[in-house]
Structure formats: structure tokens, C-alpha cells
Design a protein around this ligand. Sequence first.
Ligand code: SAH
Ligand code: SF4
Ligand code: F3S
Length: 482
Amino acid sequence: MNRDWNHDFTAILEEAPESEPDRQRFFIARAKLLAEEKSAGLGRPLTCCINTFGCQMNSRDSEKLMGVLEAIGYVPVEDEDADFTLYNTCTVRENANKRVYGRLGHLGALKKKHPGMIIALCGCMMQEPQVVEKIKKTYRQVDLIFGTHNIYKLAELLTQRLLSEKMVVDVWEGTDKIVEELPTDRKFSFKSGVNIMFGCNNFCSYCIVPYVRGRERSRNPEDILDEIRRLAADGVVEVMLLGQNVNSYGKTLEHPVSFAELLKQVTQIEGIERIRFMTSHPKDLSCELIEVMKSSRKICPHLHLPLQSGSSRILHIMNRRYTKEQYLELVDRIRQAIPNISLTTDIIVGFPGETEEDFLETMDVVERVRFDSAFTFIYSKRTGTPAAEMDGQVPEDVVKHRFDRLLTQVQRISSEVSGRDLHTVQKVLAEEVNSHDSRLLTGRLSNNTIVHFPGSPNLIGKIVDVRLDEIKGFYYMGTLQK
Ligand code: SAH
Ligand code: SF4
Ligand code: F3S
């Protein structure tokens, strides 16, 4: 053990390099020494657990956070009763926040029986000042709070916490920084999310994401392509390009590059067999993108195209910047170019001022487009967004009734369209052993539909031919083709 160890954080700060990622590499090494000391005292390795709420953006962030924790020497465990437990939070709807508060009580109880346990919170919820205030006041069991803009600083913040008994809080309002090249621990060996941009400039009037994730920033195409090349070399066959609105990728770069151009370059990377992306805002989905999708067999025939509402009047107040007609026209154009495409969507019910007529417009679009699946949400008022101040908040029982009708329709259509490849042989990426029946593997078609089929775990990560024998609601049962 290193005995000339300096236990003063201020002194350590003076030694730390200024530039990133060197600074964090330095703190990873520092935290590692502290962790080794703790672990030697306990006579066992230190454990860590990350619980991720929210979207793919958060999942990807958690992989980066886990990469840093493992580099420090923590061993990942499923159980939240770990030496370091981190919640990566989401605040897109109120119920996401409620879940976190609920579980913090439980973590506090665990900590009482687990001396030295560190409880940390990060992610979108922590970008809301009133949330941080509430935690500081009511949830004193929390040791460390940081936001969405400085997740790369985990090693530095953890070092600080390990050397003091005080709650460490570091939340930034915004950033123009993108820190590359810190360790990452991928959840799956064969597929990975890849951030292509951060933040959002769209300010849909109901949405809190632009406030908690900051302004739109695109990564340099070369950094993205390098990352994907490294992933491919490491056995990844599928990448999901991530951004709140991938269709506006590259607009703010010094040398602007369109999303379609980026996508084309990703298709050139050897070893990558499947390319997905999320999310596409309908307002700037280009003809160029449709052409690129059509011309590459690697780009999965799936588009997640959030509708939000079918009423042009509501779409206008939502600040979505397209009409019902434009959305339908776009869907027609996509389907003409790529007839087998799978379309999925997000829909909000009960936006302020939504009338029965507006709601019926949404039902009409759902009926006409026939989405493969749709995520349906009850409108949730988010403090600080324009919609929170709007008149005409819809009564709960009315919203609930509309929500149920929409869900029934979405599910009926989904079960009707999902079976369209029945009795054909399709390429399936085998992803995991089925959680209910270990004789089965679970995989996905390129259009993202789930397939269960008998097979051995050594096929995981491989793309195999499977005959689709039976459709059960939204998934298939199949047989492996030799
Ligand atoms: N950037 C993506 C969506 C990110 S949030 C896009 O523009 O499509 C994911 C989904 O959450 C949104 O599509 C929307 O349907 C839903 N959502 C966002 N804010 C919401 C709110 N205040 N209440 C209910 N649902 C909301
Ligand atoms: Fe929110 Fe709209 Fe940005 Fe999506 S595009 S994250 S819904 S503001
Ligand atoms: Fe939630 Fe933040 Fe994603 S608010 S949906 S985790 S960007």
C-alpha cells in the first residue's frame, strides 16, 4: 500500500493536471489508491451498483460511469447494498422523480447497516435546483450529487468524497465541453450505444430535456467514427447512434456534416452489421436520410418518429414545428422508399387545452400510420417549461379515459402489424438467454422485433437465420436454421 499518500484534497488538486482527460486519469489513479486502502481494511473488494432511470442517453452515461468505477477498482454488483451506489436519474415525467425519492428512503436504511456506504445521485433530475435543495435538506444520507454536464468528473468527485465526510455537490448549468476517451464498460459485448450529440435546442413546450441536458453539441465525426471502429475491433456488430434529435446532427460543427453523411460513413466500417439511431424529429428528417437508409443493408429498417399529437393545433402549441398533414406525408414518403420499414412513435395524451376533437386527430393518425408500436404517455407538468403555465390543464379522469382508448388502439394495431414476417426466415441478432426459459435465446430482427428461439448461449452476439413460426402479440417464436 502507498504510504506517502497525501490525504488532503486541496493539496491533491494542486498536483492534478488541468487538461482533460488527463486530469480524470490522474484522479482515477488517486481514487484507486484510496479504494485499495479501504478494501484492505475490509478484507474484500469494494462493490458498486448503478441504477439507471430514463432513456438510452442515460444508459450510455451509466456505461461510462461504470467504466470509471471499475478502473478505480470497484466490482459491479446487482444489489443496491453496495459500497458505492449511484442512481442515474431521469426527470422527463413526474413519476420518474417520485420513484427516486421513494427509493432514497430504502437506500438510507441500507446505509445504516453498511458503514462507509456512499450514496450518489446524478443525471437529469439533479439539474433541477429545487430537487438538489430538497435532497440537501431531507435526504442527508446522500454523499455525492452531480449533473449531466460533468459525469466525466466522477473520479475527481469521488476522490473528494472519500477524503471528506461532507456531502459533495457539483452541478453545472451548462457546458460546451465534450470530454472524450475515458474508460467505458459496455453492458453488452456485441452492441453499443454511441453518442453523436448531446443536448437539445428544440424546446418542445412540454419538455424539460433542453433545460437539463443543455444546448445541442455535436461530436466531431472523426471522434465518432474512431469510437465505432474501436467498438467493431472489440466485437461489436450493432451500434445505436444516440441524440435527442439526430436529424440536426452536425449543424453547429465548424465544418458542418449532415446526419445522412455521418450515417453513410458509419456504413463503411467493417464489422458493423447493424446501425440504428434515436431519436428522429419529424421536422428535419431529410430526403437524403431516406435515400441513405434505402441504399444500405446495414441500416436497420426501423424509424422511431415521435408524433406527440395528431392535432395540428396542439402540435403548434407544443412547438413541434410540423402539422398532422406534414407528418402523414413524411410517413408516405418513407414507406414509398422503404416499404418494409417498421415505424414506432411516442404520443402524449392530455396536453393542456387538448379537446376531444384534438384527441380524435391523434387516434386518426394512429389508425392511418399503423405503427409497429407506440409509447404512450400521460402529459406531465414540468416546472419551468412553457406548457406548465398554460391554461386548460385537462382533468385527470378525462385524460385517463383518452389514454385507455389510445392504448387499446395502439395495441390492437401493433398485434396486427407485428406478424408481417411470419413463416419467413430472417436474420436475428441473438442477444441473451431468455429470462423465463433458459433453453431459449432472445434476439431481434433488424426492424427491432423480438424473437425467442431454442439455441445455445454460444450464439449470443451472432447474427443467425431464424424461421419465424408463430407470432405472440408483439414477439415471434422461431427455429434456428442450420
Ligand atoms: N428527443 C426525443 C424525446 C425525448 S423524451 C424526441 O423529441 O422525440 C421521450 C418522450 O417523452 C417524448 O417523445 C415525449 O413523448 C415524452 N415526454 C416528454 N416530456 C413529457 C411530458 N412533460 N409529459 C409526458 N410525456 C413527455
Ligand atoms: Fe424534448 Fe422536443 Fe428536445 Fe425531444 S426534441 S428532447 S421532446 S424538446
Ligand atoms: Fe430522462 Fe434525461 Fe433521458 S430527463 S428521458 S434521462 S435525457
